[in-house]
Design a protein around this ligand. Structure first.
Ligand SMILES: [Zn+2]
Length: 476
Protein backbone atom coordinates (compact mmCIF):
# COMPACT_ATOMS: atom_id res chain seq x y z
CA UNK A 1 0.00 0.00 0.00
CA UNK A 2 2.85 2.34 0.81
CA UNK A 3 4.48 1.54 -2.47
CA UNK A 4 1.22 2.27 -4.22
CA UNK A 5 0.96 5.64 -2.59
CA UNK A 6 4.51 6.50 -3.57
CA UNK A 7 3.79 5.50 -7.10
CA UNK A 8 0.64 7.50 -7.25
CA UNK A 9 2.47 10.57 -6.10
CA UNK A 10 5.27 10.03 -8.56
CA UNK A 11 2.74 9.55 -11.33
CA UNK A 12 1.27 12.92 -10.57
CA UNK A 13 4.76 14.33 -10.78
CA UNK A 14 5.31 12.58 -14.08
CA UNK A 15 2.04 13.97 -15.29
CA UNK A 16 0.82 10.99 -17.18
CA UNK A 17 -2.16 12.90 -18.41
CA UNK A 18 -2.16 14.43 -14.96
CA UNK A 19 -0.60 17.83 -15.34
CA UNK A 20 -1.18 17.79 -19.06
CA UNK A 21 -4.91 17.70 -18.46
CA UNK A 22 -5.31 21.44 -18.68
CA UNK A 23 -3.66 21.93 -22.04
CA UNK A 24 -5.06 18.71 -23.45
CA UNK A 25 -8.53 19.55 -22.32
CA UNK A 26 -8.30 22.96 -23.85
CA UNK A 27 -7.17 21.62 -27.20
CA UNK A 28 -9.63 18.77 -27.23
CA UNK A 29 -12.58 21.02 -26.49
CA UNK A 30 -11.62 23.10 -29.48
CA UNK A 31 -11.06 20.08 -31.64
CA UNK A 32 -14.37 18.48 -30.73
CA UNK A 33 -16.25 21.22 -32.45
CA UNK A 34 -14.34 21.13 -35.69
CA UNK A 35 -12.67 17.79 -36.24
CA UNK A 36 -14.76 14.96 -37.59
CA UNK A 37 -13.63 12.35 -35.13
CA UNK A 38 -16.14 9.79 -34.08
CA UNK A 39 -16.38 11.33 -30.63
CA UNK A 40 -17.02 14.75 -32.06
CA UNK A 41 -19.57 13.28 -34.41
CA UNK A 42 -21.46 11.56 -31.64
CA UNK A 43 -21.37 14.69 -29.51
CA UNK A 44 -22.79 16.67 -32.39
CA UNK A 45 -25.48 14.16 -33.13
CA UNK A 46 -26.68 14.24 -29.56
CA UNK A 47 -26.92 17.98 -29.61
CA UNK A 48 -24.97 18.16 -26.39
CA UNK A 49 -23.14 21.32 -25.57
CA UNK A 50 -19.67 21.53 -24.18
CA UNK A 51 -19.30 21.85 -20.46
CA UNK A 52 -15.60 22.52 -20.49
CA UNK A 53 -14.07 23.75 -17.31
CA UNK A 54 -10.67 25.28 -17.72
CA UNK A 55 -8.03 25.17 -15.07
CA UNK A 56 -9.02 21.80 -13.67
CA UNK A 57 -6.51 19.08 -12.93
CA UNK A 58 -6.83 15.38 -12.40
CA UNK A 59 -6.87 15.52 -8.66
CA UNK A 60 -9.00 18.62 -8.35
CA UNK A 61 -11.36 18.30 -11.29
CA UNK A 62 -14.96 18.83 -10.19
CA UNK A 63 -16.49 18.85 -13.64
CA UNK A 64 -16.01 17.38 -17.05
CA UNK A 65 -14.05 19.24 -19.69
CA UNK A 66 -16.16 17.73 -22.45
CA UNK A 67 -19.73 16.77 -23.15
CA UNK A 68 -20.59 13.30 -22.02
CA UNK A 69 -23.03 11.85 -24.50
CA UNK A 70 -23.76 8.39 -23.17
CA UNK A 71 -23.93 6.85 -19.73
CA UNK A 72 -25.40 3.74 -18.25
CA UNK A 73 -28.91 4.65 -16.96
CA UNK A 74 -28.03 2.93 -13.69
CA UNK A 75 -24.67 4.65 -13.36
CA UNK A 76 -23.70 6.00 -9.95
CA UNK A 77 -23.58 9.84 -10.19
CA UNK A 78 -20.03 11.05 -10.71
CA UNK A 79 -20.22 13.25 -7.64
CA UNK A 80 -20.83 10.13 -5.58
CA UNK A 81 -17.86 8.17 -6.97
CA UNK A 82 -15.28 9.30 -4.47
CA UNK A 83 -12.69 7.96 -2.08
CA UNK A 84 -15.20 8.38 0.73
CA UNK A 85 -17.94 6.49 -1.04
CA UNK A 86 -20.00 4.17 1.09
CA UNK A 87 -19.41 0.64 -0.07
CA UNK A 88 -22.22 -0.64 -2.19
CA UNK A 89 -23.39 -4.19 -2.41
CA UNK A 90 -21.86 -6.34 -5.08
CA UNK A 91 -24.13 -8.33 -7.29
CA UNK A 92 -23.92 -12.09 -7.40
CA UNK A 93 -21.69 -13.62 -10.02
CA UNK A 94 -23.60 -13.86 -13.30
CA UNK A 95 -23.32 -17.63 -13.23
CA UNK A 96 -21.50 -20.26 -11.29
CA UNK A 97 -18.98 -22.30 -13.15
CA UNK A 98 -19.22 -26.03 -12.60
CA UNK A 99 -16.06 -27.97 -11.82
CA UNK A 100 -15.34 -30.27 -14.73
CA UNK A 101 -17.06 -27.96 -17.23
CA UNK A 102 -15.38 -27.10 -20.51
CA UNK A 103 -14.71 -23.52 -21.55
CA UNK A 104 -16.86 -23.04 -24.64
CA UNK A 105 -14.82 -20.02 -25.73
CA UNK A 106 -11.50 -21.84 -25.66
CA UNK A 107 -10.70 -24.61 -28.08
CA UNK A 108 -8.89 -27.49 -26.42
CA UNK A 109 -9.28 -26.24 -22.87
CA UNK A 110 -8.98 -28.83 -20.12
CA UNK A 111 -11.85 -29.42 -17.70
CA UNK A 112 -12.38 -26.68 -15.13
CA UNK A 113 -10.73 -27.55 -11.80
CA UNK A 114 -12.69 -27.60 -8.57
CA UNK A 115 -12.13 -24.26 -6.81
CA UNK A 116 -12.28 -25.97 -3.43
CA UNK A 117 -8.91 -27.45 -4.32
CA UNK A 118 -7.39 -24.00 -3.88
CA UNK A 119 -6.05 -24.20 -0.35
CA UNK A 120 -4.17 -21.20 0.99
CA UNK A 121 -1.59 -23.37 2.70
CA UNK A 122 -0.42 -24.48 -0.75
CA UNK A 123 0.54 -20.93 -1.66
CA UNK A 124 2.82 -18.21 -0.33
CA UNK A 125 1.53 -15.59 2.09
CA UNK A 126 -0.86 -13.27 0.29
CA UNK A 127 0.45 -9.88 -0.78
CA UNK A 128 4.06 -10.57 0.19
CA UNK A 129 6.95 -11.27 -2.14
CA UNK A 130 7.17 -15.08 -2.01
CA UNK A 131 10.26 -16.73 -0.52
CA UNK A 132 12.70 -18.04 -3.09
CA UNK A 133 13.87 -21.17 -1.29
CA UNK A 134 10.77 -23.27 -1.93
CA UNK A 135 10.94 -26.30 -4.21
CA UNK A 136 8.62 -24.61 -6.69
CA UNK A 137 10.62 -21.41 -7.00
CA UNK A 138 13.91 -23.32 -7.17
CA UNK A 139 12.47 -25.33 -10.06
CA UNK A 140 11.41 -22.16 -11.90
CA UNK A 141 14.84 -20.61 -11.28
CA UNK A 142 16.50 -23.64 -12.86
CA UNK A 143 14.11 -23.47 -15.82
CA UNK A 144 14.97 -19.82 -16.41
CA UNK A 145 18.67 -20.69 -16.20
CA UNK A 146 18.16 -23.45 -18.77
CA UNK A 147 16.08 -21.27 -21.04
CA UNK A 148 18.86 -19.94 -23.19
CA UNK A 149 17.57 -16.43 -22.48
CA UNK A 150 20.30 -14.29 -21.05
CA UNK A 151 19.26 -12.16 -18.09
CA UNK A 152 21.25 -8.91 -18.20
CA UNK A 153 23.17 -7.95 -15.11
CA UNK A 154 21.22 -4.79 -14.34
CA UNK A 155 21.23 -3.46 -10.80
CA UNK A 156 17.96 -3.41 -8.88
CA UNK A 157 16.26 -0.07 -8.46
CA UNK A 158 15.06 1.32 -5.14
CA UNK A 159 11.49 2.29 -4.29
CA UNK A 160 10.54 5.77 -5.38
CA UNK A 161 10.47 5.40 -9.14
CA UNK A 162 12.45 7.53 -11.55
CA UNK A 163 13.25 10.44 -9.19
CA UNK A 164 14.82 8.08 -6.65
CA UNK A 165 16.84 6.28 -9.33
CA UNK A 166 18.29 9.10 -11.40
CA UNK A 167 21.27 7.12 -12.65
CA UNK A 168 19.19 4.13 -13.68
CA UNK A 169 16.57 6.37 -15.27
CA UNK A 170 19.28 8.03 -17.36
CA UNK A 171 20.69 4.68 -18.47
CA UNK A 172 18.80 4.10 -21.69
CA UNK A 173 20.47 0.72 -22.18
CA UNK A 174 18.19 -0.69 -19.46
CA UNK A 175 15.12 0.04 -21.53
CA UNK A 176 13.20 0.97 -18.37
CA UNK A 177 9.69 1.57 -19.66
CA UNK A 178 8.17 3.42 -16.76
CA UNK A 179 10.97 6.02 -16.80
CA UNK A 180 11.81 6.31 -20.48
CA UNK A 181 8.98 4.66 -22.38
CA UNK A 182 11.48 2.27 -23.95
CA UNK A 183 9.96 -0.84 -25.49
CA UNK A 184 11.50 -3.88 -27.11
CA UNK A 185 10.13 -5.87 -30.00
CA UNK A 186 8.91 -8.43 -27.51
CA UNK A 187 6.58 -5.95 -25.79
CA UNK A 188 2.96 -5.33 -26.71
CA UNK A 189 2.04 -1.67 -26.33
CA UNK A 190 -0.77 -1.21 -28.79
CA UNK A 191 -3.11 -3.11 -31.06
CA UNK A 192 -2.12 -3.08 -34.72
CA UNK A 193 -5.48 -2.08 -36.18
CA UNK A 194 -6.65 1.53 -35.88
CA UNK A 195 -9.61 2.15 -33.56
CA UNK A 196 -9.21 -1.30 -32.03
CA UNK A 197 -9.15 -1.17 -28.25
CA UNK A 198 -7.41 -3.94 -26.32
CA UNK A 199 -9.58 -3.73 -23.19
CA UNK A 200 -7.68 -4.52 -19.97
CA UNK A 201 -8.39 -4.55 -16.25
CA UNK A 202 -5.67 -4.97 -13.63
CA UNK A 203 -5.31 -5.96 -9.98
CA UNK A 204 -8.33 -8.27 -9.57
CA UNK A 205 -10.22 -10.36 -9.11
CA UNK A 206 -11.90 -8.38 -6.35
CA UNK A 207 -15.21 -7.96 -4.54
CA UNK A 208 -16.36 -5.70 -7.38
CA UNK A 209 -15.24 -7.79 -10.34
CA UNK A 210 -18.64 -9.54 -10.55
CA UNK A 211 -20.29 -6.17 -11.24
CA UNK A 212 -17.91 -5.61 -14.14
CA UNK A 213 -18.37 -9.16 -15.41
CA UNK A 214 -22.14 -8.74 -15.43
CA UNK A 215 -21.87 -5.56 -17.48
CA UNK A 216 -19.40 -7.06 -19.93
CA UNK A 217 -21.57 -10.13 -20.43
CA UNK A 218 -24.72 -8.05 -20.87
CA UNK A 219 -23.00 -6.04 -23.56
CA UNK A 220 -21.21 -8.92 -25.26
CA UNK A 221 -17.76 -7.55 -24.45
CA UNK A 222 -14.60 -9.38 -23.50
CA UNK A 223 -11.43 -8.11 -21.85
CA UNK A 224 -7.99 -9.12 -20.72
CA UNK A 225 -7.65 -9.36 -16.95
CA UNK A 226 -4.14 -8.94 -15.57
CA UNK A 227 -4.72 -10.74 -12.31
CA UNK A 228 -2.79 -10.61 -9.06
CA UNK A 229 -1.93 -14.08 -7.81
CA UNK A 230 -2.93 -13.27 -4.25
CA UNK A 231 -6.36 -12.17 -5.46
CA UNK A 232 -6.72 -15.34 -7.55
CA UNK A 233 -6.09 -17.41 -4.44
CA UNK A 234 -8.58 -15.26 -2.54
CA UNK A 235 -11.30 -15.19 -5.22
CA UNK A 236 -10.91 -18.42 -7.22
CA UNK A 237 -14.60 -18.65 -8.11
CA UNK A 238 -14.57 -15.14 -9.53
CA UNK A 239 -11.48 -15.98 -11.56
CA UNK A 240 -13.25 -19.04 -12.90
CA UNK A 241 -16.22 -16.89 -13.94
CA UNK A 242 -13.89 -14.52 -15.79
CA UNK A 243 -12.25 -17.42 -17.53
CA UNK A 244 -15.45 -19.27 -18.42
CA UNK A 245 -17.01 -16.07 -19.83
CA UNK A 246 -14.33 -15.98 -22.50
CA UNK A 247 -12.14 -13.27 -21.01
CA UNK A 248 -8.39 -13.53 -21.32
CA UNK A 249 -6.58 -14.19 -18.05
CA UNK A 250 -3.01 -12.93 -17.73
CA UNK A 251 -0.33 -12.45 -15.06
CA UNK A 252 0.14 -9.32 -12.94
CA UNK A 253 2.48 -10.78 -10.24
CA UNK A 254 1.74 -12.35 -6.86
CA UNK A 255 2.00 -9.32 -4.57
CA UNK A 256 2.06 -6.34 -6.95
CA UNK A 257 5.60 -5.08 -6.28
CA UNK A 258 7.83 -2.85 -8.36
CA UNK A 259 9.55 -5.67 -10.20
CA UNK A 260 12.74 -3.74 -10.98
CA UNK A 261 13.33 -3.44 -7.21
CA UNK A 262 13.42 -7.23 -6.76
CA UNK A 263 16.17 -9.78 -7.24
CA UNK A 264 16.00 -12.10 -10.25
CA UNK A 265 14.86 -14.90 -7.97
CA UNK A 266 12.11 -12.78 -6.45
CA UNK A 267 10.85 -11.76 -9.89
CA UNK A 268 10.73 -15.45 -10.83
CA UNK A 269 8.81 -16.23 -7.64
CA UNK A 270 6.30 -13.42 -8.28
CA UNK A 271 5.59 -14.52 -11.83
CA UNK A 272 5.83 -18.25 -11.20
CA UNK A 273 3.33 -18.36 -8.34
CA UNK A 274 0.85 -16.28 -10.31
CA UNK A 275 1.15 -18.60 -13.31
CA UNK A 276 0.66 -21.54 -10.97
CA UNK A 277 -2.41 -20.29 -9.13
CA UNK A 278 -4.07 -19.34 -12.41
CA UNK A 279 -3.33 -22.81 -13.76
CA UNK A 280 -4.65 -24.39 -10.56
CA UNK A 281 -7.90 -22.40 -10.74
CA UNK A 282 -8.59 -22.40 -14.47
CA UNK A 283 -6.63 -25.37 -15.82
CA UNK A 284 -4.55 -23.24 -18.17
CA UNK A 285 -1.37 -21.19 -17.91
CA UNK A 286 -1.31 -17.63 -19.28
CA UNK A 287 1.46 -16.48 -21.60
CA UNK A 288 1.10 -12.72 -21.14
CA UNK A 289 2.03 -10.51 -18.21
CA UNK A 290 1.81 -6.85 -17.26
CA UNK A 291 4.37 -5.44 -14.81
CA UNK A 292 2.72 -3.52 -11.96
CA UNK A 293 3.15 0.23 -12.46
CA UNK A 294 4.63 -0.56 -15.89
CA UNK A 295 7.88 -1.13 -14.02
CA UNK A 296 9.92 -3.23 -16.44
CA UNK A 297 13.49 -3.10 -17.69
CA UNK A 298 15.55 -5.55 -19.73
CA UNK A 299 16.27 -7.70 -16.68
CA UNK A 300 12.61 -8.10 -15.71
CA UNK A 301 11.64 -8.29 -19.38
CA UNK A 302 13.99 -11.18 -20.13
CA UNK A 303 13.00 -13.07 -17.00
CA UNK A 304 9.38 -12.76 -18.09
CA UNK A 305 10.19 -13.98 -21.57
CA UNK A 306 12.26 -16.84 -20.18
CA UNK A 307 9.14 -17.84 -18.22
CA UNK A 308 7.02 -17.79 -21.35
CA UNK A 309 5.31 -14.48 -20.56
CA UNK A 310 5.02 -11.69 -23.14
CA UNK A 311 5.00 -8.22 -21.52
CA UNK A 312 1.91 -6.15 -22.26
CA UNK A 313 2.04 -2.44 -21.48
CA UNK A 314 -0.47 0.31 -22.23
CA UNK A 315 -0.26 2.71 -25.12
CA UNK A 316 2.23 5.53 -24.75
CA UNK A 317 2.26 8.45 -27.15
CA UNK A 318 4.97 10.38 -25.36
CA UNK A 319 6.21 11.13 -21.86
CA UNK A 320 3.12 13.10 -20.93
CA UNK A 321 0.55 11.03 -22.78
CA UNK A 322 0.13 7.43 -21.84
CA UNK A 323 -3.26 5.76 -22.02
CA UNK A 324 -3.70 5.64 -18.24
CA UNK A 325 -7.13 6.70 -17.03
CA UNK A 326 -5.70 7.13 -13.49
CA UNK A 327 -8.82 5.36 -12.26
CA UNK A 328 -6.73 3.57 -9.62
CA UNK A 329 -6.21 6.83 -7.76
CA UNK A 330 -9.85 7.67 -7.14
CA UNK A 331 -10.08 5.23 -4.25
CA UNK A 332 -7.10 6.83 -2.55
CA UNK A 333 -8.36 10.36 -3.10
CA UNK A 334 -5.56 11.25 -5.48
CA UNK A 335 -7.83 11.62 -8.50
CA UNK A 336 -11.47 12.58 -8.95
CA UNK A 337 -13.99 10.70 -11.03
CA UNK A 338 -14.26 13.79 -13.23
CA UNK A 339 -10.50 13.76 -13.72
CA UNK A 340 -10.59 10.12 -14.78
CA UNK A 341 -13.25 10.82 -17.38
CA UNK A 342 -11.35 13.86 -18.60
CA UNK A 343 -8.37 11.57 -19.02
CA UNK A 344 -10.58 9.13 -20.89
CA UNK A 345 -11.69 11.87 -23.24
CA UNK A 346 -8.07 12.79 -23.91
CA UNK A 347 -7.36 9.14 -24.65
CA UNK A 348 -10.27 9.02 -27.08
CA UNK A 349 -8.94 12.07 -28.85
CA UNK A 350 -5.49 10.53 -29.16
CA UNK A 351 -6.91 7.14 -30.15
CA UNK A 352 -8.68 8.73 -33.08
CA UNK A 353 -5.47 10.41 -34.22
CA UNK A 354 -2.95 7.55 -34.07
CA UNK A 355 -2.55 5.02 -36.86
CA UNK A 356 -2.76 1.97 -34.62
CA UNK A 357 -5.20 0.59 -32.14
CA UNK A 358 -4.58 1.10 -28.47
CA UNK A 359 -4.50 -0.36 -24.96
CA UNK A 360 -5.77 1.53 -21.91
CA UNK A 361 -4.86 1.04 -18.25
CA UNK A 362 -7.90 0.42 -16.04
CA UNK A 363 -8.57 -1.59 -12.90
CA UNK A 364 -11.23 -3.88 -11.46
CA UNK A 365 -9.89 -3.68 -7.90
CA UNK A 366 -12.06 -0.93 -6.43
CA UNK A 367 -15.76 -0.17 -6.65
CA UNK A 368 -14.92 3.32 -7.93
CA UNK A 369 -12.97 1.92 -10.88
CA UNK A 370 -15.72 -0.54 -11.75
CA UNK A 371 -18.40 2.14 -11.44
CA UNK A 372 -16.50 4.45 -13.78
CA UNK A 373 -16.00 1.63 -16.27
CA UNK A 374 -19.57 0.37 -16.32
CA UNK A 375 -21.31 3.68 -15.79
CA UNK A 376 -19.34 5.89 -18.14
CA UNK A 377 -16.25 4.65 -19.97
CA UNK A 378 -17.68 1.53 -21.59
CA UNK A 379 -21.05 3.09 -22.54
CA UNK A 380 -19.15 6.00 -24.07
CA UNK A 381 -16.76 3.69 -25.93
CA UNK A 382 -19.54 1.50 -27.29
CA UNK A 383 -21.20 4.59 -28.75
CA UNK A 384 -18.11 5.27 -30.84
CA UNK A 385 -16.22 3.55 -33.63
CA UNK A 386 -14.07 1.32 -31.47
CA UNK A 387 -13.73 -2.42 -31.79
CA UNK A 388 -13.34 -3.57 -28.20
CA UNK A 389 -11.69 -6.91 -27.45
CA UNK A 390 -9.07 -8.70 -25.33
CA UNK A 391 -5.43 -8.01 -26.14
CA UNK A 392 -4.85 -11.47 -27.63
CA UNK A 393 -7.68 -10.86 -30.12
CA UNK A 394 -6.58 -7.34 -30.97
CA UNK A 395 -3.28 -8.92 -32.02
CA UNK A 396 -5.33 -10.92 -34.53
CA UNK A 397 -4.87 -14.14 -32.61
CA UNK A 398 -7.48 -16.53 -31.24
CA UNK A 399 -8.09 -16.79 -27.49
CA UNK A 400 -6.50 -20.24 -27.55
CA UNK A 401 -3.17 -18.55 -28.28
CA UNK A 402 -3.31 -16.90 -24.85
CA UNK A 403 -2.61 -20.06 -22.86
CA UNK A 404 0.26 -22.49 -22.96
CA UNK A 405 -1.96 -25.58 -22.93
CA UNK A 406 -4.20 -24.44 -25.79
CA UNK A 407 -1.69 -22.56 -27.95
CA UNK A 408 -0.63 -24.67 -30.91
CA UNK A 409 2.15 -22.12 -31.54
CA UNK A 410 1.16 -21.74 -35.18
CA UNK A 411 0.00 -18.15 -34.91
CA UNK A 412 1.57 -17.24 -31.60
CA UNK A 413 5.02 -18.75 -31.33
CA UNK A 414 6.47 -18.44 -27.84
CA UNK A 415 8.42 -15.29 -27.16
CA UNK A 416 11.46 -17.26 -26.17
CA UNK A 417 14.02 -18.52 -28.64
CA UNK A 418 13.76 -21.95 -30.18
CA UNK A 419 15.98 -24.97 -29.86
CA UNK A 420 17.24 -26.79 -32.91
CA UNK A 421 18.38 -30.38 -32.62
CA UNK A 422 20.18 -32.14 -35.43
CA UNK A 423 20.23 -35.91 -35.16
CA UNK A 424 22.87 -36.87 -37.67
CA UNK A 425 21.92 -40.35 -38.73
CA UNK A 426 18.18 -40.19 -38.34
CA UNK A 427 17.45 -36.98 -40.16
CA UNK A 428 16.90 -33.47 -39.09
CA UNK A 429 14.45 -32.76 -36.33
CA UNK A 430 13.53 -29.18 -35.66
CA UNK A 431 11.99 -28.49 -32.33
CA UNK A 432 10.20 -25.30 -31.69
CA UNK A 433 10.83 -24.73 -28.05
CA UNK A 434 8.31 -22.73 -26.11
CA UNK A 435 9.14 -21.22 -22.80
CA UNK A 436 12.72 -22.29 -22.85
CA UNK A 437 13.65 -24.90 -20.37
CA UNK A 438 10.04 -25.87 -20.11
CA UNK A 439 8.99 -27.29 -23.42
CA UNK A 440 6.42 -29.48 -21.75
CA UNK A 441 4.73 -26.40 -20.39
CA UNK A 442 4.49 -24.76 -23.80
CA UNK A 443 2.80 -27.48 -25.71
CA UNK A 444 5.55 -26.99 -28.26
CA UNK A 445 7.52 -30.10 -27.66
CA UNK A 446 6.38 -32.36 -30.43
CA UNK A 447 8.72 -32.67 -33.34
CA UNK A 448 7.37 -31.44 -36.63
CA UNK A 449 9.46 -33.71 -38.83
CA UNK A 450 10.14 -36.92 -37.07
CA UNK A 451 6.87 -37.63 -35.36
CA UNK A 452 8.71 -38.04 -32.12
CA UNK A 453 7.06 -36.38 -29.17
CA UNK A 454 9.50 -35.07 -26.63
CA UNK A 455 7.96 -33.73 -23.45
CA UNK A 456 11.21 -32.48 -22.07
CA UNK A 457 13.20 -29.30 -22.02
CA UNK A 458 15.99 -28.43 -24.40
CA UNK A 459 18.53 -29.42 -21.80
CA UNK A 460 16.75 -32.64 -21.02
CA UNK A 461 16.51 -33.44 -24.72
CA UNK A 462 20.27 -33.35 -24.89
CA UNK A 463 20.53 -35.55 -21.87
CA UNK A 464 17.88 -37.95 -23.08
CA UNK A 465 19.32 -38.37 -26.51
CA UNK A 466 22.94 -38.51 -25.50
CA UNK A 467 22.94 -42.26 -25.16
CA UNK A 468 23.44 -43.82 -28.57
CA UNK A 469 22.79 -40.73 -30.66
CA UNK A 470 25.21 -38.32 -32.17
CA UNK A 471 23.71 -34.89 -32.16
CA UNK A 472 24.36 -31.21 -32.09
CA UNK A 473 22.10 -29.00 -30.09
CA UNK A 474 21.98 -25.33 -30.84
CA UNK A 475 20.33 -23.06 -28.33
CA UNK A 476 19.24 -20.00 -30.23
ZN1 LIG B 1 -1.59 -3.16 -11.01
Amino acid sequence: MLAGAIYALSLTGLSVYGQSAVSSAASSSVASGSVATSSAASAASSGATSSSVSGSTNTEATALTFSLTVTNPTAIPLASITANETSLATIPLPSTATPGATNTFLSGAPALPNPTSIVSSNYPTLDKVPPTDSDEVQQWISEVAASGISIPNITQTVLGGCPANAEAAADTSRCWWSCTGCVRDTDVQECPTKLTWGLTYDDGPSFYTPNLLAYLTANDLNATFFTVGSRCAQFPVTLQEEFMAGHQIAVHTWSHPYLTTLTNEQVIAELGWTKKVIKDVTGVTPNMMRPPYGDIDDRVRNISIAMGLTPVMWTRINATATFDTDDFDVHGGLASSYGVLNNWQNIITQANEIDTGFIVLEHDLFEETVQLATGYILPSAMNQSFDIMPVINCLNKPLSDAYIETNDNSTNPPAASGVTILIWFSGVVTLSSGAPGSASATGAASSSNSGIGLEVSGISIAQTLSGGFVFIALFL
